[in-house]
Design a protein. Structure first.
Length: 260
């Protein structure tokens, strides 16, 4: 049996899968409500997966998010997406033990498509635990670290961050703006992993590990990335400061990305 180490990998060089420790009792009522809410009607669900801090059993009540991946049997229709959004919002309003409920939605065909191996295959195998339904992670072998995986996981980063900048500029409510800054900061910190060197021997799990690995390669950028780590934990920057820093860091990252 392989003994885990602190590098995010086991001694055989495979990326560690998420813990299967029991879910913290503080979040059990929420997960029971999730199951009841998603099973009260036919939503076309193939499987429901938990990821993030609740899945790792290291979440903090009142501070952490609830992160769920929903895999549907068929590509989602607009009415079905709208209904899932209604359910997500209702769960968020009923449960103060998390500050946000997230649904990442895909379809079975997309998950199992060979071209999505490094994105969906890796995601389900190493970041998710199946709550109920078909566990598609069983279709995949364990993965070794590679830049291809990092790029696949962050293929949407420019689009997502541009969306956050638009929403931040349009919101008048400070609480909503700070929440968006927190989410955007988490995204950009994780996206720094696309700049990992091909011969990197570790795989980050937490935001702090992402920052440490990034700074090891780009030590002169420690102040810039530390700003986003702070905002990911305790957002408080003024809107102009945040958007200027985010746009600048996005441009810098784009300039560093390997060409071709």
């Amino acid at each position: 049996m392989s003994v885990p180490n602190s590098s995010g990998m086991d001694p055989d060089g495979y990326i560690l899968s998420i813990s299967q420790d029991p879910i913290q009792p503080e979040f059990q009522p929420l997960l029971e409500d999730v199951r009841a809410s998603l099973s009260q009607e036919d939503l076309g669900l193939d499987g429901v997966y938990l990821y993030g801090s609740v899945a790792r059993a290291d979440a903090t009540p009142g501070i952490s998010d609830l992160d769920l991946t929903l895999v549907l049997r068929e590509p989602p229709t607009a009415p079905r997406l709208a209904r899932l959004e209604e359910i997500r919002r209702a769960l968020e309003q009923r449960h103060s033990e998390v500050i946000k409920v997230d649904f990442d939605i895909g379809s079975r065909g997309n998950v199992l498509a060979p071209e999505n191996l490094h994105r969906w295959g890796f995601w389900l195998k190493h970041h998710c635990r199946c709550l109920w339904g078909n566990d598609l992670s069983l279709h995949f072998e364990r993965f070794r670290p590679s830049r291809d995986i990092a790029v696949a996981l962050n293929a949407d980063v420019e689009q997502v961050l541009a969306g956050y900048l638009t929403r931040i500029a349009q919101t008048d409510a400070e609480q909503d703006r700070l929440r968006l800054q927190r989410e955007a900061s988490r995204k950009i910190v994780r996206a720094t992993h696309v700049l990992r060197s091909e011969d990197a021997t570790t795989w980050p799990q937490t935001l702090e590990e992402h920052v440490a690995l990034f700074v090891r390669r780009y030590p002169t950028m420690i102040t810039q990335v530390a700003f986003f780590l702070f905002e990911a934990r305790n957002p408080q920057a003024q809107v102009d400061n945040f958007t200027t820093r985010l746009q600048g860091f996005m441009e810098w990252m784009a300039a560093q990305a390997p060409k071709g």
